[in-house]
Design a protein around this ligand. Structure first.
Ligand SMILES: [Zn+2]
Length: 548
């Protein structure tokens, strides 16, 4: 009897102890701010290829204090920018969220549609109308940022910042506090009347500081002595593109200030484009008092210069390495700013990428690796294939996003059977030496295509906006317009394997080699914030990162 009472007593004490611990806990119930850092074209392996040259406060801080998922893949094709940002923030795939490419072909109008183009709105902050006429109207799903707004009765502040319109607009969702992007005609951050009639004072103030001019004034030289860039090819490699007025792809780029004065977009290809973006992000934290209200706020940042530099110089260039080494230092500074402003561990950061990038064709060839180019004149060629059989050379209306669009109306007019035409073209395409598979997009599920390619085709196939035939090229084959630098868009790991690291409030330290998908990012944030999944979400929360 005595023992029983004693046990009950101990149980009661430990229960009250638990209770006391919970109520006096200093951990807040939610983070003050969520910061999304989507590094454009960041291959997962950049975390480790340049590891020895990173300092402690940027990527290494995230790896040591945060939780790194080492095997996250993009679960659709095509692996392009607008699609990646949208999928990260919606947890949905192009078949559902509607953003089927950076642009796609509209069968009704016969025109290309740019993902965020919106002629019903006006530019704000520039006279360059086309730079500002953008909105999220083509996006069919809600974003995690929309869900935060909904969950807080629109008290949460949401801001999107990027050099690229699409990488600011799509992450910020349908009803943000603001979305801002870079205008090449002025070097200013701008927005559209979809969001507001004029720029907030803090944005005008930031613009008037001319931070871009300041950042490029000394040109671009390597951060470390160039001989230390042993992780990259020689500085002057024949497959690199040229920056501005430079005659060779070689450091130092002393003409950068003059090039920037003549053409503002030159900053995009340099590390200073990222620095400018992060300075703008800091201005947003201050200007909108992010993280100081009763609810969690959200700052969605895209670092785009990694992508511009990647496209121009290729993943093995000294230029790209330098962009990452400088981004590492910029991130350290940015985290310090957030620590000082909001308190360490009072905010949650995640870092990921919208897609990776292939090695340059020339680089692969020089090192005896499989590679090649596929043609650009394909529309004409494909129509020629069909002409002999079906007596029309206009059946293929568009080849874009590695998809072939057929003119369904013309096929009907000519009293042809669409299925017969499509099957014939697919057979002929499969004879093309650059093509691994040509797949009927409506019948991908029953095609003899291995996983995960099959699922990625289905997830990427938007029934209203995509083409009729999906082209999967041989590994490391690039479109012939990418003779210099590189590109992305394929299903392969070099394009689909992305970093994902969470850090800060509510996040454990650690790492995992389990397989996850890009669509798991948004539901993980939803779980962390105790809010509803975005409307089109197909992902699952990554439970192992949550908890401290
Ligand atoms: Zn991108």
């Amino acid at each position: 009897m005595f023992r029983k009472i004693q046990i009950l007593f101990i149980a009661a004490v430990s229960l009250s102890g638990l209770h006391a611990q919970k109520t006096t806990s200093v951990t807040p119930q939610k983070p003050k701010l969520v910061v999304g850092l989507v590094v454009d074209q960041m291959r997962w392996d950049y975390l480790y290829r340049y590891y020895d040259k990173y300092e402690s406060g940027g990527f290494k801080r995230m790896l040591s204090q945060g939780y790194s998922l080492n095997n996250v893949h993009i679960n659709y094709v095509p692996t392009y920018t607008a699609v990646g940002h949208t999928t990260i923030y919606t947890g949905a795939v192009p078949a559902i969220h509607g953003i089927a490419g950076n642009d796609w072909y509209d069968r009704n109008t016969g025109k290309n549609v740019y993902c965020t183009a919106d002629s019903t709105v006006q530019a704000v902050g520039t006279t360059a109308q086309s730079a500002g006429q953008h909105s999220p109207r083509n996006l069919w799903s809600t974003t995690i940022t929309d869900q935060l707004r909904l969950a807080t009765n629109f008290q949460a502040k949401v801001i999107g910042v990027s050099l690229k319109d699409r990488a600011s607009i799509l992450p910020a969702g349908h009803n943000p506090t603001g979305a801002f992007w870079f205008d090449d005609s002025t070097g200013n951050f701008i927005t559209s009347t979809y969001y507001m009639p004029q720029l907030p004072k803090w944005v005008s103030d930031f613009n008037s500081k001319k931070t871009g001019d300041e950042l490029v004034k000394n040109g671009w030289n390597t951060l470390l002595p160039v001989a230390q860039y042993t992780e990259s090819s020689p500085d002057n490699s024949p497959w690199e593109g040229l920056l501005g007025s430079a005659k060779t792809p070689v450091f130092p780029y002393s003409n950068l200030a003059a090039d920037y004065a003549a053409k503002r977009d030159n900053i995009r290809y340099t590390p200073f484009g990222n620095t400018l973006t992060l300075r703008m992000a800091e201005a947003a934290v201050k200007g909108e008092s992010l993280g100081t209200g009763a609810v969690t706020d959200f700052l969605a940042i895209n670092l785009a210069s990694t992508d511009y530099a990647g496209h121009k110089f290729g993943p093995n260039s000294v230029e790209v390495q330098d962009v990452y080494l400088r981004l590492d230092r910029d991130l350290a500074e940015f985290f310090n700013y957030l620590d000082k402003t909001l308190g360490k561990d009072q905010y949650t950061v995640f870092l990921s990428a919208d897609h990776g990038g292939a090695h340059s064709e020339g680089f692969m060839e020089a090192h005896k690796m499989p590679t090649g180019f596929y043609g650009e004149t394909s529309k004409k060629d494909y129509n020629q294939l069909l002409k002999d059989k079906f007596n029309s050379d206009k059946i293929v209306t568009k080849v874009t996003n590695n998809q072939v669009y057929l003119d369904r109306r013309l096929i009907q007019q000519n009293k042809l059977d669409e299925e017969v035409v499509k099957a014939y073209l697919i057979d002929r395409l499969n004879e093309d030496p650059s093509i691994l598979f040509a797949v009927d997009m409506k019948k991908a599920a029953s095609s003899s295509v291995p996983e995960p390619i099959k699922t990625r085709i289905i997830n990427g196939y938007n029934w209203q906006r995509s083409g009729d035939i999906q082209l999967i090229y041989h590994d490391n084959w690039l479109p012939s317009y990418s003779k210099l630098g590189t590109t992305h868009g394929a299903w392969n790991s070099y394009d689909s394997h992305i970093p994902l690291i969470f850090m800060g409030w509510g996040i454990k330290a650690g790492e995992s080699n389990r397989d996850y998908n890009m669509t798991d990012i948004a539901p993980t944030l939803a779980a962390l914030l105790h809010i509803q999944f975005p409307s089109g979400n197909v992902g699952n929360p990554i439970v192992e990162v949550i908890g401290k």
